[in-house]
Design a binder for this molecule. Structure first.
Ligand SMILES: [Zn+2]
Length: 330
C-alpha cells in the first residue's frame, strides 16, 4: 500500500512537471529538473541546490526542503518561511522565500552553530557586557501591528506548573515587544504582542520542519527529531517592499531529552532550561532578529547558544538585540 502511494505521488509529480513546462514557455533556458528535485524524492536537500532556483527546475508543490535537521514546507509564491532549530550547543537556521514569479530563494543553508553563522565582526566584543555589545543580525521581516498567539498549555511538562509556564511564555513575548533590557534603552518598537488563550492545536513544527502556514501562531511543548534539540521556531512571512511581514510564528519547546523550569536561579535547579529565556530568544526571531556569532557576542540574547541550564541571561536583551529591533521601525 505504501509503495502504491509512493508511485502515485511520483506520477503526480511527473504530471506536475509536464504541466508546468507546458504552461510556461519562458522557462526554456534550462528545462532540466535539478537532480535534487527529481519527482519521487519527497524531501529536497537544500545543500544540493543553488541559492536561487527557477521553479521549473525544481517542482516544489507539496514538498519539503531540508537543511540538515531543519526543514520547511515550500510556501506559495509571495510568501516565505524561516526555521530555527535550537540545540543545547548551538542552532541551525534555514529560510525559504518565494518570489511572486515562483522562484525560490534559500537562506542560511549549511550547518551553523556556536562559532559560525553571520561571520566575524570587524572587532571582537568578547569580554564586553551585554550593554556594550551593539552587534545584531537583521533578518528581513518584522511584525506589523500586534502579534497574536495562543498556547497549548495542556502540553506543559508534568513537572512544571501550567500557570507558571504560561506566565513565562507571556513574559518572554513581552520582553521582546517591549525591548526589556538592563541598558537603559527605551522601547522604540511600536509592534506589540497579545496572548489570546488556550488552543488545542500544536505548533506547526514537525520533527524540525515547518509545516505550511495555517495563519495561527501557537506555542506548545512536544517532541523534536533529536533529543538534543531544545526548541524550534517557525516564522511565516508575506513579501512586502522594505520588510516582509510576519503572518504567523510557531514555537515548539522540546520536552524530550531535557527538563524545563520557571525558576532557573533557584538553588535546587539541576539541569533545567529556563522557559522564559529560551522563549525570549525565539521571540527575537518572531520579531525579525537573526543570530549574531556566539563566540564574539556571548552576552546577547540572539547568540545561537543558550548559556546553559539553570540561568536566565537570555531573558533581558542586550544593546545589540535592542538596536536590531529599533532599526526596523525608524
Ligand atoms: Zn535562534
Amino acid at each position: 500500500m505504501k509503495r502504491l502511494f509512493a508511485s502515485g505521488m511520483a506520477l503526480a509529480f511527473a504530471v506536475l512537471v509536464v504541466a508546468t513546462f507546458a504552461r510556461t514557455p519562458a522557462a526554456q533556458t534550462d528545462p532540466r529538473v535539478l537532480e535534487a528535485c527529481e519527482p519521487g524524492k519527497q524531501a529536497i536537500d537544500a545543500r544540493a541546490l543553488p541559492r536561487t532556483i527557477d521553479q521549473n527546475r525544481c517542482p516544489v508543490a507539496g514538498r519539503v526542503i531540508e537543511d540538515g535537521m531543519a526543514g520547511a514546507a515550500v510556501p506559495p509564491p509571495g510568501e516565505g518561511v524561516h526555521v530555527e532549530l535550537l540545540t543545547e550547543r548551538g542552532a541551525q537556521e534555514f529560510g525559504v522565500r518565494r518570489l511572486e514569479d515562483g522562484a525560490i530563494e534559500l537562506d542560511h543553508v549549511g550547518s551553523e552553530s556556536a562559532g559560525t553563522g553571520a561571520g566575524p565582526p570587524a572587532f571582537t566584543t568578547k569580554g564586553v557586557g551585554e550593554c556594550g555589545d551593539a552587534g545584531f543580525d537583521e533578518n528581513g521581516w518584522r511584525v506589523e501591528g500586534t502579534h497574536v498567539y495562543r498556547i497549548n498549555w495542556r502540553t506543559t511538562p508534568r513537572d512544571v506548573p501550567r500557570r507558571a509556564a504560561i506566565s513565562a511564555i507571556r513574559q518572554a513575548s513581552g520582553n521582546v515587544a517591549d525591548t526589556l533590557n538592563g541598558c537603559r534603552l527605551g522601547d522604540r518598537v511600536p509592534a506589540g504582542v497579545a496572548y489570546k488563550g488556550y488552543t488545542a492545536r500544536h505548533a506547526g513544527v514537525g520533527g524540525g520542519a515547518c509545516e505550511t502556514d495555517d495563519g495561527l501562531s501557537v506555542v506548545s511543548f512536544g517532541a523534536l527529531s533529536n533529543p538534543g534539540n531544545l526548541a524550534a521556531a517557525c516564522v511565516h512571512t508575506r513579501a512586502k517592499a522594505g520588510y516582509d511581514v510576519v503572518t504567523s510564528s510557531d514555537v515548539k519547546l522540546s520536552k524530550v531529552g531535557h527538563h524545563w523550569t520557571t525558576n532557573p536561579n533557584s538553588r535546587s535547579c539541576r539541569g533545567r532550561y529556563d522557559i522564559e529565556g529560551v522563549m525570549t530568544h525565539e521571540r527575537g526571531h518572531t520579531f525579525g532578529l537573526g543570530h549574531v556569532v556566539e563566540d564574539y557576542h556571548p552576552n546577547l540574547t540572539m547568540g545561537p547558544v543558550i548559556n546553559g541550564p539553570c540561568q536566565s541571561s537570555e531573558r533581558s536583551l542586550g544593546r545589540g538585540d535592542v538596536l536590531g529591533l529599533d532599526g526596523k521601525y525608524p
